[in-house]
Write a protein that binds this ligand. Sequence first.
Ligand code: C5P
Length: 237
Amino acid sequence: MQQLHDVIIACDFKSAEDTFRFLDLFRDEERKPFLKIGMELYYAEGPSIVREIKRRGHRIFLDLKLHDIPNTVRKAMAVLSRLDVDMCNVHAAGTVEMMKAAREGLTREDGTRPLLIAVTQLTSTSEERMRRELLIDASIDDTIVHYARNTREAGLDGVVCSPLEAGMVHEACGAEFLTITPGVRFADGEVADQVRVTTPARAREIGSDFIVVGRPITAAADPVAAYRRCMAEFLGE
Ligand code: C5P
């Protein structure tokens, strides 16, 4: 049974060496953290980094944000499915047809598949740029809700969004539709370059199903203690 509320640590490291130095700190932890591997680490180290981290017993969100023609995405997803990741993602802007193709490609012969989520609008895209450069003549909130509805229509499991948008997405797409939310900070911690942030406890209250946390854990003096604190605050343990 998958645990449907969890803290995902963003492993934004440049090499396998740095990653394993960090993961070694968690060797004695009973609960192996759920990890996010993004483009930097995957492009640096390739699929072997995924296999090695799986072998150590971690669940993996492979954050590669696929966006291409449906046939290409279907075939790429079939490859990621064989890598046995637990969660992966696409851009909802690739259309409902592309998202359906992603789901088909990801589904194994026995009918199982990793969780599949979509990026709505990147949090780095402002409403002003969306209107001027992308010619999307709607508010950012309406765009996010519309893309989330498309994602649900394509049969995907949820979206990546800001924790502050999680309630709005659940209202539009239902309680079962997952929200995966970065932009989480401890109340007494550094915000760094994130703008719209909230705490683990507040993220859960608003409706986040999974929080993605990078630097508050990876750059902490004691990453294991920071991870435990994050889990305790988010899960209310
Ligand atoms: O270090 P920090 O907690 O800010 O890391 C957040 C992680 O979530 C990073 O890997 C970042 O790329 C990712 N992310 C984000 N905002 C989005 C999408 C992904 O911060 N909209």
